[in-house]
Structure formats: structure tokens, C-alpha cells
Design a protein around this ligand. Sequence first.
Ligand SMILES: NC(=O)c1ccc[n+]([C@@H]2O[C@H](COP(=O)([O-])OP(=O)(O)OC[C@H]3O[C@@H](n4cnc5c(N)ncnc54)[C@H](OP(=O)(O)O)[C@@H]3O)[C@@H](O)[C@H]2O)c1
Length: 281
Amino acid sequence: MMKKVLLSNGYAMPIIGLGTYGMNKTETKAIILKALQLGYRQLETAPIYLNELEIGEAIKSSGIDRDDIFITSKIPPHIKSYESTLKIADRIMSNLGIDYLDALLINNPVPWGKEGQDYSKENVDVWRALEKLYDEERVGAIGVSNFAINDLERLLPFVRVKPHINQLGIFIGHTLDDIRAYCLKHNIIIQAHSPLARGRIFKLKEIHSVAEKLKLSAAQIALQYVIEKNTYPIVKATSEQHLKENLEALDLNLPKHWQKNLDEIVTDVRDYSPPKAKSIL
Ligand SMILES: NC(=O)c1ccc[n+]([C@@H]2O[C@H](COP(=O)([O-])OP(=O)(O)OC[C@H]3O[C@@H](n4cnc5c(N)ncnc54)[C@H](OP(=O)(O)O)[C@@H]3O)[C@@H](O)[C@H]2O)c1
């Protein structure tokens, strides 16, 4: 039975989600099916990943009750109006072959390439559409992704339903302590996307030495680390071995303070440039 965490509205979310970005299109259905058979119960996608049909087919073939699978999707970054949000939400559900989503998030505070510009008014419009879908019970929870404190402060005064989720790039060396504390205070659960920094986390030698000491894999160390920060990993894996290994990371019983040395890492593995102000992936 997959462990779950309760969102602020009481909706239960499995503590690990399978990220599906960048999966080979011809293999996606088989990978999702394998993941469901192994015990994954949260799938994370977005229209821009172009894999909704394959995910929908895998869910159908799995024979698992729709209600037992938590599906998270995201409103693409360039969609910033009320009407277009409702339209894309319909399309997401129709492509996946489902009539409700468990979580629907605003993918990014600004469209890609518009960093530094102010889309707060547009985000309120998108939020109104998410609230409508929530009222109609077509989504179980609504949220945001890659929203910094500033972005949330410009949204929260205008919401009727507070975001249940903020999905952020979080991994060892990139723990976003300020926004984590802010979300905790506002009862917003954090999903940690890219918890392995797309594989670059393995460049950190400290992880390998901790993994060796605890007789675990480096990926398990990285996943357990984000879980202990009270963030819930959305991790992509394609091989059966990786899928299994990552699920096993949920049930580790680690000694006290095992993560202390890892907390001291400030290297941002995204580009290996010198330590700098923490930012959102
Ligand atoms: N909201 C956003 O803006 C946003 C941004 C980025 C990502 N995401 C979501 O988060 C998901 C995960 O992030 P991500 O795909 O960027 O990166 P990630 O999950 O941090 O890393 C994925 C990489 O790690 C490898 N891996 C997985 N398990 C492993 C294991 N046990 N041992 C060794 N290597 C392992 C995978 O290899 P194999 O594939 O070979 O198994 C893949 O190369 C995405 O798929 C997407 O759904 C959201």
C-alpha cells in the first residue's frame, strides 16, 4: 500500500509520483504500466510532454481503479487566461481519457522566456478558472509550480481557494529553504520535481560516500533526503531497476542525523558554477 500525505483540503496524495517528462514516446505506455504494476500510484504529466494518450492507455490496460491513481497535470506556462485554462483542462482530461484530475497546477509564474516580467494579473485569471474546476469537482486539488514567495504573495490576496500544492525543483544542494518555510506556514504541500537533478545529482561525491556507508543507492539517498525535508518527490525513471529502487526509497529506516553532511552541500549541480543565490529550477 503506497504511503500518502493529506493536502490541506483532506485529499490524499501518494508520497512519490512518477514524472513522465522526456520518456521515449514508443516506450511510455509500457513504462507507465510497469510502474503501476510495481506500486506507483501517482503519475505526473503536462500537455507539453505530449504523452497523455499513452498514459491514458496505460491506466486503462492496468485494470487499476481510476480512483486509486492520483494524476497530476499542469497548465502550460504560456496559457495565462481564464478561457484558455478551461479549454486546456478539458483537453488534458479528454486526452487522458478521464473525467477528473487529482491535481492541476499552474506550471510556471511566467511563460518560458518571459522571466522578470509580471504576469500576476494573468495568474489570478488562471487561478479563477482552476477554482471553477475545483468547485465543479473536476479537480481534487489545485496548485502552482515554480512559484517563489513573491509570486505567491501576488496571488494569495486574490484567491478563494488557497493553493494546495507548489511543485518546485528541490534536490541536495538546492533545498529552497525560504519558500519551503513559507509554504509550510501557508499549509501548501511541496512536490519536489527533479529530485535527482535530472541525473546530475550523481556528480556529488558526498552522496556516494553516504550511500556506501548506508548500503543504499545514491538515488535512494537523494529521494530520502527530499522526503525528510517534507517535500514529495516527482521522479522520472524508465528502467525497471530504477523504478523499483526509487519505490524502495520510501521505506528506509535511516539512523538519526544521517543527512547532516548532505545539508552542508551548497553546490548547485545544475551547472556546477560556484555557489550562488538559490533559485528555482
Ligand atoms: N514543474 C516543472 O516545471 C517541472 C520541471 C522539470 C520536471 N518536472 C517533472 O518532474 C519529473 C522528474 O524530473 P526530471 O525528469 O527533470 O529529473 P529527475 O527525476 O531528477 O531525474 C531523472 C533522471 O534520473 C535517472 N534515474 C531515475 N532513477 C534512478 C536511479 N534509481 N538510479 C540512477 N538514475 C536514476 C533517470 O534515468 P532513467 O530514465 O534511465 O531511469 C533520468 O535520467 C519530470 O519527469 C516532470 O514530470 C516538472
